[in-house]
Design a protein around this ligand. Sequence first.
Ligand code: NAD
Length: 331
Amino acid sequence: MKNNFILVTGGAGYIGSVLTRKLVEKGYKVRILDSLIYGKQGIEELIDNSSVEFIKGDIRDEKIVKESIKGIDCIVHLSAIVGEPLCKKIPEAAKQINELATKKLIDLSKLEGVKRFIFSSTCSNYGTSDGIANEESDLHFLSLYSECKVHSEKYILDSKTDNFETCVLRFATAFGLSPRMRFDLLLQEFIRDALVNKEIILFGANYWRPLVHVNDISNACILSINGKTEKISGQVYNVGDDSQNYTKQDLAKIIQDKIPSTKISIVESKKDPRNYQVSFKKIKEQLGFSITKSAKDGIDEIINEVNNNNLDPQESEFSNMSKLTEKVNVY
Ligand SMILES: NC(=O)c1ccc[n+]([C@@H]2O[C@H](COP(=O)([O-])OP(=O)(O)OC[C@H]3O[C@@H](n4cnc5c(N)ncnc54)[C@H](O)[C@@H]3O)[C@@H](O)[C@H]2O)c1
């Protein structure tokens, strides 16, 4: 293993808590830096593992960041104020965390001799795309959330040197079970509405969105940690699968098939103008990436958990608009 000691920022989050588990299972040494906005449920079982170091701290704190990157081979940078609604609610903190702290982390990592830096970006940077967007397509940020992602992507790719390898992963919208669960993601939101309200209300029913399971996102991160330099450094990859581009109406109908009591109501609205279909050919061809779970599989696993009383979709902490975010301050 070339890159053995991995720092996962935001390692206690929805994606981070799945990724860190997989890394530990595969024999990596993992350090997690997280301010624990949503608590430590996602990594509770991991903290005592001898392969895991945990640092509770804020990515905007330079002293903490310097301590966190010491001895690290590769960083997977996930920590962020995630999603447009939350960025809108706390815009100054969002800009500081998502863009300014990201740039600082890059500079310090380069100085400290970190070999590889993987940045979690988003396919929502494509905004509204005509046709199918690929990694070369123009980016249209429609929100502060993706504006910070687009600016950070550019900074990261410009920071590449022979000794500092950089890679941008643009994740499709995630779904699936995680130890730090979220129900404010498109598919999960629809499932919750079908189960609780027996109705899915669609804004932009024919708008396209690509989806990807949280386990598969983690697999893509691991491929990027140890992929060959020429395949990784300076590269951008969309993370998902061509078969998983859906319109919102397609998704609602799949859920209705599984939960027949669901009514689908369509509302004309410009509430969320994002509409993009994405090509995932590059990651398949260059890194040999393939998904293990479709949206249908994700729907089944979540419905099962709810039906077995292991998960309450109405739990307010399962949303990034949770009251817990009120303690995120401007630095
Ligand atoms: N979930 C998705 O659908 C999706 C899609 C595309 C990209 N992404 C990106 O993937 C990454 C992870 O997303 P997620 O869904 O796991 O989100 P999440 O909100 O569950 O996790 C983010 C984590 O970052 C931590 N964090 C926030 N601010 C911090 C700070 N100042 N210092 C230290 N830690 C801090 C939080 O405590 C949390 O554990 C994000 O960068 C997100 O933009 C997610």
